[in-house]
Design a binder for this molecule. Sequence first.
Ligand code: PXP
Length: 243
Amino acid sequence: MTKLRLGVNVDHVATVRNARGGPHPDPVRAALMAAEAGADGITAHLREDRRHISDADIERLMAELSVPLNLEMAATEEMLVIALRHKPHAVCIVPEKREERTTEGGLDVAAGHNHLAPFVRRLSDAGIRVSMFIEAEARQLDASKSLGAPVVELHTGAYCEVPSGPERERHLLRLQTAAAHAVKIGLECHAGHGLGYDTVKPVAAIATLAELNIGHFLVGEAIFTGFTQTIQRMRALMDEARS
Ligand code: PXP
């Protein structure tokens, strides 16, 4: 089985920094530490309201990282200009509502085809690998494929939010079915949102997934055991699930 990549999302290091307005803790330092601890890539979401990651963070991540940067962004003209200026390795297009606490659900690619098409085209033309953050539904996968996005990321939030039991198993089955469909139609399939030590293994065991993106849990748990140890434990759980 191929190795499952771990993308570490450093948004919430910036959330803590921004609570006081100074430079500490520095999300770029966290990103460098994450790469050292075994992260295969770094993910950062530049939100319209800049509530965590800032434009200057993206600038520094691009300059200082030796692993790929996956920039999460809404499909807006402002974000497109920023992405085309920095040319990160990857862009993940996410839905964004100003009032939400986090990305609450996947992008409706099927309904948003006409709006999204020029974003996918212009990012792809610039050599940026585009992914669509979607719910685990065949019609969203098919719509992503028809837009020409080479990658999809399945939203694991619903799976993580319910307690373990039959409902979580149903969500897991949806993720498994969607990941298999993605690969069948020629898409690289990623997953993320809400994953922690208790929820990661069944998702990591899905053989057709290539990458998980994890942030909030890692940053929170790092308070107790340190960022390096937290990332290494997550990496080990992912590897165990694959072995
Ligand atoms: N993947 C995507 C597309 C996201 O928007 C997020 C949250 O920013 C994550 C993964 C990581 O989610 P979490 O911080 O809950 O681990």
